[in-house]
Design a protein around this ligand. Structure first.
Ligand code: NAD
Length: 251
């Protein structure tokens, strides 16, 4: 029997990148998987490829999360794994941060993530595992990431408090903090191709293991945290970053 057999897993933002790879790995390990996303064509395409259920739900919109929970409840009653992964990256320099971009990025990465858990709580099984997809940016001073970093640091603060408060139900809550991972997220910024290439090269040179992460690297860690092998782990954060957060001064 596979490790996650009999468990129902939700992956927000499961039509692309880390969410897609994790949905695939959760399914390989025996879980029944539901992916969500905000673009219906992409959700349908990914759910067909993966052979899992797909539901459109924009996490910016709290009533869409309510509807998502209702639909999941109707189909499965309870869930065991909640991977809170949906997120965006919008770089902006200090001094050029608009209220609109603040609200948009915090609205998805923090408010949307927090309310995903809040609204799924009634249908989470006792002993469930929640994994919040954060970032090492929560702890770095990387230029142009002030709002993104704050959104992820806030999410990690919620992880710690939620872990304490949900422990009586044996619900575990952990954060995963990736370094740079090869996904479409960077192409969705307003950066031009040569900027993106320059960014990727500079970043790769700073990573002690000298490569970007792959979505599958993150998927394996998420599946471990989702499994009963991690039954004594809660309120923790896992950097998965090829060592970049060691921040070597000489390289
Ligand atoms: P991606 O762009 O490939 O995937 C993002 C997913 O989130 C997509 O499925 C998208 O539909 C979904 N999404 C975005 N806004 C949404 C909304 N309002 N409602 C519902 N779904 C929404 O990017 P990715 O790199 O796979 O990102 C996944 C997570 O990983 C994000 O939270 C991101 O911040 C985090 N992360 C990524 C990296 C990296 O280098 N790629 C590093 C650290 C953390």
């Amino acid at each position: 029997m596979s490790k996650l057999t009999g468990k129902v897993a939700i992956v927000t933002g499961g039509n692309s990148g880390i969410g897609y790879a994790t949905a695939k790995e959760l399914k390989n390990q025996g879980a029944t998987v539901v992916i969500t996303g905000r673009d219906s064509l992409k959700v349908v395409k990914a759910s067909q490829e993966l052979g899992v259920k797909g539901i459109v739900a924009d996490v910016k919109n709290l009533s869409a999360i309510d509807k998502l929970v209702e639909e999941v409840k109707k189909a499965y009653e309870k869930i065991d794994i909640l991977f809170v992964n949906a997120g965006i990256f919008q770089p902006a320099a200090v001094g050029q941060i608009s209220e609109e971009m603040f609200d948009y990025q915090m609205g998805i990465n923090f408010k949307g993530a927090l309310f995903t858990t809040e609204k799924f709580l009634p249908i989470l099984s006792d002993g469930a595992s929640i994994i919040n997809l954060s970032s090492i940016n929560a702890y770095t001073g990387m230029p142009n990431t002030a709002v993104y970093a704050a959104s992820k640091a806030a999410l990690n603060a919620y992880t710690r408090t939620a872990a304490t408060e949900l422990a009586p139900r044996k619900i575990r809550v952990n954060s995963v903090n990736p370094g740079p991972v090869s996904t479409p997220i960077f192409g969705k910024t307003l950066m031009k191709e040569e900027q993106l290439n320059g960014f990727a090269e500079a970043m790769q040179n700073r990573i002690p293991l000298k490569r970007f992460g792959q979505p599958e690297d993150i998927a394996k860690l998420v599946c471990f945290l989702a499994s009963d092998d991690a039954s004594f782990i809660t309120g923790s954060e896992y950097n998965i970053d090829g060592g970049i957060n060691i921040n070597p001064l000489l390289n």
